[in-house]
Structure formats: structure tokens, C-alpha cells
Design a binder for this molecule. Structure first.
Ligand SMILES: *Cc1c(COP(=O)(O)O)cnc(C)c1O
Length: 220
């Protein structure tokens, strides 16, 4: 099936208020161009170098999202143009994004990555840390970042009940923070294997790679 068909098929399954981030990591710019020509404008990459290399070759009206772990020393490369950073997992990183955003005269939209999966992961805040960051005076005083939502990844498992419970816990956190006055708009959860569950549990942004572009080949 062509990308255009896959894109339309996928889009037809998403409620209109759910944003599709087309995750193009490891795939060549030709495939991104195909998706672009079929109308897709939001693309996600997980590595800074790959993101910047692709961005320079492609149309300027693409909205680039960084969805993978970001090292503080690499923020400067994406600060001039990145649209949304999904994967803020430390206060130190947020401080650096703020600094680089101000250098570029920008406000960069950021999501706090929350660790919801049962399985081990190096990245993401736990719920308590997330609230501490969100409601710290320091973050609300940052002029260069807008923390506008939360992101999470469920355990990689066939156990649907577990996936659902993990997404549900993130949604509850999202609602708790919102009711306490945080102006959160984006709840980024769901990928190829679990986006339907994520949407049922309140996601309004899904990050989908292999369903759209096919399996990834990491050897090339
Ligand atoms: C790769 C990746 C995705 C997309 O995964 P698929 O299973 O190919 O849809 C989503 N989110 C993050 C953070 C990723 O790194």
C-alpha cells in the first residue's frame, strides 16, 4: 500500500481532535515527502542529528516534533525551529530549552515525559516529580518555554488491561494538574501498537511510525 493510502486509512480512524505525529525516524526523506504530498505536516523524530538533517532538506512548513531523549548539549541545534518537544525529562533540560529559546527569540512548546510503564525506563518523571516541576515558581517564570502537556509510553506488552491502566493513570495526572491550574492542552500517548487504547483513554496526540511508513531498518 502507498503511504498516501495508509495515511488516509489511519486518519479515518482518528477522531478530528486527535493530532497525528508521523514518526519518520530511520526513514528516508523521500518517504517523508510522499506523506507531505498526501497532506501530512507534523513529523516526529527521536534524534537531533537526524531531525536537523531532514529538516534542511524538506519544506519549511513542516512542524517538527522531537519525541526522543534530548541531551542538554544538543538543544541549541533544534531551538531555532522545533515545534514541540515531547520528551522533557529533567528540570535541567527545561532550563536549557528556555535559555536557547530566548536566544532565538522564541517560546518553545514542551511536554513533560512521565514514566507510566511498569517496565524499566531511564527516562521520564514520576507523577510526583512531574507535579513539582509543573507547579514550581521557576518553571512558570520561564519566558522561553510553554509547558503545554504531558507525554507517556505504555509498557510494550500484549496485556491490554495493563496498557489501558497506564494510559489512564497519565490521563488522571493530566486532569489533576489541569484542575490545579496548569494550562495543559496536549496529552501525547499512543503509538502504532496501542493508539486505539490511548485515544479511548483520552489521548489527543498520537505518535505513529511503523503503521504509516512500515517497519524500521536500523542497520542502514
Ligand atoms: C518510535 C517512536 C514512536 C513510534 O513507534 P511505532 O511503533 O513505529 O508507531 C512513538 N513514540 C516514540 C517516543 C518513539 O520513539
Amino acid at each position: 500500500m502507498k503511504i498516501e493510502e495508509r495515511l488516509h486509512q489511519l486518519k479515518s480512524q482518528l477522531p478530528p481532535d486527535v493530532t497525528l505525529v508521523a514518526v519518520s525516524k530511520t526513514h528516508p526523506v523521500e518517504l517523508i515527502r510522499e506523506a507531505y504530498q498526501a497532506g501530512q505536516r507534523v513529523f516526529g523524530e527521536n534524534k537531533v542529528q537526524e531531525l536537523t538533517a531532514k529538516a534542511t532538506q524538506l519544506s519549511e512548513d513542516i512542524e517538527w516534533h522531537l519525541i526522543g531523549h534530548l541531551q542538554t548539549n544538543k538543544v541549541k541545534y533544534i531551538a531555532p525551529f522545533v515545534k514541540l518537544i515531547h520528551s522533557v525529562d529533567s528540570l535541567k533540560l527545561l532550563q536549557e530549552i528556555n535559555k536557547q529559546a530566548l536566544k532565538n527569540g522564541r517560546v518553545i512548546d514542551c511536554l513533560l515525559q512521565v514514566h507510566i510503564a511498569k517496565e524499566e525506563s531511564k527516562f521520564g518523571f514520576d507523577a510526583e516529580e512531574c507535579k513539582q516541576v509543573l507547579f514550581s515558581g521557576e518553571v512558570s517564570g520561564m519566558q522561553g518555554v510553554s509547558v503545554c502537556g504531558l507525554m507517556g509510553m505504555a509498557t510494550n506488552t500484549s496485556n491490554e488491561a495493563l496498557i489501558r491502566a497506564e494510559f489512564s493513570s497519565l490521563r488522571n495526572l493530566f486532569e489533576e494538574c489541569s484542575s490545579r491550574g496548569a494550562s495543559l492542552k496536549i496529552l501525547s500517548m499512543g503509538m502504532s501498537s496501542d493508539y486505539a487504547i490511548a485515544i479511548e483513554e483520552g489521548s489527543n496526540m498520537v505518535r505513529i511510525g511503523s503503521t504509516l511508513f512500515g517497519e524500521r531498518n536500523y542497520s542502514s
